[in-house]
Design a protein around this ligand. Structure first.
Ligand code: FRU
Length: 555
């Protein structure tokens, strides 16, 4: 009787299996290579069927990811650093739907990057914003200054144009302007255990005891989607990381740990996105050593990528604490090392369509003292081998206004080092005679202080894209995005940073921050200024043409 049942069960299982494989027939093919070059180059076509690729080394899966492989008709090639397997036999296994275009045979070994000749000079590659050489980026992660370098880690899909396969990409800069992309810093431990967002600190006092030879370790706190909040330490200035063997250090429903050193209490604080049923919030944990964490408190009403920092009120010694999450809407209050006490409602910060999941730098030297923020710039051109960008770094200040304390965002002053030709216009502009500030160019820092006089509307047209101000309703507009903006004493202050995929708009000296993604037309005047309803005095319109931050093509 028992035997009869088990035979039936086996038959049923086999039928189920056959149905499965006929529905989702997967073709598994392998190829073996001896690694003698730095990279594997893989052909990608966005929209091709996803294939699951494994690198097997010594019989074990060393890497596993999804990729839209297409060896016949690739739109671009991505690269995968395999220098760690040099001299070894590596088996590439692809598992693809029957009708997938294939591509395993097209994968090549190489010591140079795909498209190296045109790298950073592709038609719409941003020229003063960070972008990844290949693939996708979203959130900035692990923003930290250490030994003369600003680190920018970031959510990265090295294998495709869209989000997926989350790694921590890595770039460094001596000045927050010129970036050098370095090898990937954090690899997923295994398929489905992705490295989601997080932060980085310098453990100056070696509280973690990861440091060696008197050098403080750089420690990343990140979400492992398979395990929880984890830490990893680096002893080589943030280049390579060792996962802490006691991971995860915090287990809860949530993600995106932002860790800071709380000086008055001499302990670490983690602000981390925390879900409790339907309630979305930020939980605060404390730790003496980054390994043992104690849950202290929680605030409700915030979603993803929390931030927590102290900032002085401009011109005073008094400080406040700021909390915000991915949308940037911030609350001003007090923080005692364990609990955040709000003193305001949530205040709007970003008015554009090109901002999310920003983070501010840890460990900026006291002699500098700035609070510097980088946001994820949601742009993208499907014709490019990369997707998305980082917004231009802004300095945050907390200022007294008629409405109370408010955060202001302003491009970091280092942008001046990119100034090339300066076009200054001193003029009266009338509705009949718009002002062509400059006919050509695609990279600008435009500042304008405009006396509105009798005009009902003023604005710039940036390569065909209008940025306008309606005087009566006191509204700044770009596309579908609007922001309330005052023009005190009849003077309007505007600043525009124009790159190839975005215009970042700053109104009222940075009170209004409106980063916008842009798709420009080529055959338009680069920058003109107009007014309607009456003349204006545009005595100080200054447009600085900007140099590219990338090495020139023949370097
Ligand atoms: C925000 C976010 C984070 C997460 C990451 C994954 O953009 O959803 O919450 O850690 O992106 O890439």
């Amino acid at each position: 009787m028992f035997r009869f049942h088990s035979t039936l069960l086996l038959a049923a299982l086999m039928i189920a299996f056959m149905v499965c494989i006929s529905g989702y027939a997967q073709q598994v093919v392998t190829r073996e290579l001896t690694i003698d070059k730095q990279y594997l180059l893989l052909p990608v076509r966005t929209g091709a069927a996803k294939q699951r690729v494994k690198y097997l080394v010594d019989g074990k899966t060393a890497r596993e990811f999804d990729i839209e492989l297409d060896g016949e008709n690739p739109s671009f090639w991505v690269f995968s650093d395999v220098s760690g397997f040099n001299g070894k036999k590596l088996t590439i296994e692809t598992s693809a739907p029957q009708d997938a275009p294939g591509g395993l045979d097209a994968i090549q070994q190489s010591d140079t990057l795909p498209g190296a000749e045109t790298m950073y000079h592709e038609a719409t590659r941003p020229q003063f914003h960070f972008t990844s050489r290949r693939g996708w980026n979203n959130d900035p992660n692990g923003l930290v200054f250490f030994q003369g370098e600003y680190h920018l880690y970031y959510q990265h899909n090295p294998f495709g144009w869209n989000w997926g396969n989350m790694h921590w990409g890595h770039a460094v800069s001596p000045d927050l302007i010129h970036w050098k992309e370095l090898p990937i810093a954090l690899y997923p431990r295994q398929y489905n255990d992705w490295c989601f967002s997080g932060s980085a600190v310098i453990d100056e006092k070696n509280t973690s005891e990861f440091g060696q030879g008197g050098e403080p370790p750089l420690i990343a706190a990140y979400t492992s989607t398979g395990r929880g909040e984890c830490i990893a330490f680096s002893l080589d200035r943030g280049r390579t990381f060792h996962d802490y063997e006691g991971n995860p250090v915090v287990k809860h429903q949530g993600r995106d740990p932002k860790v800071i050193w709380y000086k008055p209490g001499q302990h670490w604080v983690m602000a981390v996105y925390d879900e409790m049923g339907d309630s979305k919030g930020i939980a605060f944990y404390t730790s003496p050593d980054l390994k043992e964490w104690t849950r202290q408190s929680r605030i409700e009403g915030y979603y993803e990528c929390p931030e927590l920092f102290e900032i002085p009120i401009e011109g005073k010694t008094e400080t406040k604490w700021i909390v915000y999450a991915a949308d940037g809407a911030y609350t001003i209050g007090q923080f005692d090392g364990k609990t955040f006490t709000p003193e305001t409602d949530k205040l709007p910060y970003n008015y554009g369509d090109c901002f999310y999941a920003s983070q501010t730098y840890n460990n900026i030297p006291e002699s500098d003292g700035r609070r510097i923020q980088i946001g994820w710039g949601r742009t993208g051109d499907p014709a490019m081998p990369f997707n998305q960008q980082m917004n231009f770094p802004v300095e945050l200040t907390l200022r007294e206004t008629d409405d109370g304390l408010r955060l202001f965002a302003w491009p970091i002053r280092e942008i001046n080092t990119l100034y090339d030709k300066l076009r200054v216009k001193k003029t009266r502009v009338t509705p009949d005679e718009p002002l062509i500030v400059t006919a050509r160019g695609d990279l600008f820092d435009v500042t304008a202080n405009i006396e509105l006089m009798d005009a009902s509307e003023v604005g710039f047209i940036v390569r065909g894209m209008p940025v306008s101000y309606d005087v009566k309703s006191e509204t700044l507009r770009c596309g579908d995005n609007t922001a309330p903006l005052k023009a005190p004493n009849g003077f309007l202050s505007l600043r525009l940073l124009v790159d190839r995929q975005s215009v970042e708009i700053f109104g009222g000296d940075g009170r209004v921050y409106m980063p916008m993604s842009a798709t420009f037309k080529d055959d338009t005047v680069a920058l003109d200024f107009y007014c309607k309803g009456g003349a204006v005095r545009a005595d100080s319109i200054r447009a600085a043409e900007l140099k590219s931050i990338w090495p020139s093509e023949n370097e």
